[in-house]
Design a protein around this ligand. Sequence first.
Ligand code: M6R
Length: 369
Amino acid sequence: MGEIEKNGYPHYMLKEIYEQPEVIKQTLKGRLIPGSEKIVLDDIRLTQRDLDGVYRMVIVACGTSYHAGLAGKYLIERLAGIPVEVEIASEFRYRNPAVDKNSLVIVISQSGETADTLESMRKAKGKGVRAFAITNVAGSTIPSEADYSLYTCAGPEISVASTKAYTSQLTAIYLIALKLAYLKGGIDKDAYRQRVEAVNRLPGQAQRVLDCSQLMKDLAGEHKDIEKVVYLGRGLDYALALEGSLKLKETCYIHSAAYPAGEFRHGPIALVEEGLFVFLLATQDALIDKTLANLKEVKNRGAYVVALAKEGNREIGKLADRVIYIPDTLDEFTSVLAVIPLQLFAYYSAVARGRNVDKPRSLVKSVSD
Ligand code: M6R
């Protein structure tokens, strides 16, 4: 691919990060009609009758798509009340998973060609389970073999580090969770309507989050010599922490780890020493008191804490070293906004370290064998 396709951006990764507001819009287009509360997922042809016998869902994926799947678990369980497990495809594929015709397997894959995900789907189908694919590449193998498929509308993703595909997967999951909630009557009408409105606001809000780009560049530049980073979060913020950590590892080649903040004191807190760089993800109002307690714990031990919080959260500004604010939205939908500063931090850190941003060492875009 030549320079022209980068549209003036120095790397595909940055271009793709900036495309995210439009990608979210495209994934919603024609499916979530502004002013109407109906979610149109005609392309998947999943009806009430299809769901009648489904008591459990299993989401199977790899890498960033797996992280989107973890968010899917929180969302589907919370909104539709259906139990969901999330499995790494390379594990699911080689064991004897207890799935049957009352399960629905959801496979998530940007490329639609990841071998472990494809073989997991085939294994599940071999046991009589129906498969629902969320993919980005039309005509790829996974959706062509699935029973139902939903395409995300991220467009071609060139950078090996996935950014816009992840936000489009999250957006698709928001639609699916809401659709399931509607079909199963999982939430009341007002709560449903409020959530549809919140999802409709996401493209504009994502555009605003991009304003933090310079801030993330400065932060990455100031800390370009750090050798480890810890990401902490609770609930959906834990799923997001995993994605932030993966982005940093693959683009910068430095060690980073993500922990559920409440689990941290069961061992990993021993890692904290003076100056340890910690990203504290605090976008969940329902868990904010617990998360602030974790912030105090690590600050008291000398960590340097960058917090990510919703606008209006003043308390956190008094405790953290730096706070990055995202626009206010319902807890369920913060990840699609909060991931953007984390992606920008990984990107600018990789640039500051002179890494091969779009093609990190040892990685390929699609692990298809
Ligand atoms: O194409 P897929 O979504 O199936 O790919 C899965 C992973 O290989 C992929 O998400 C990988 O982790 C990315 N490099 C992450 O940025």
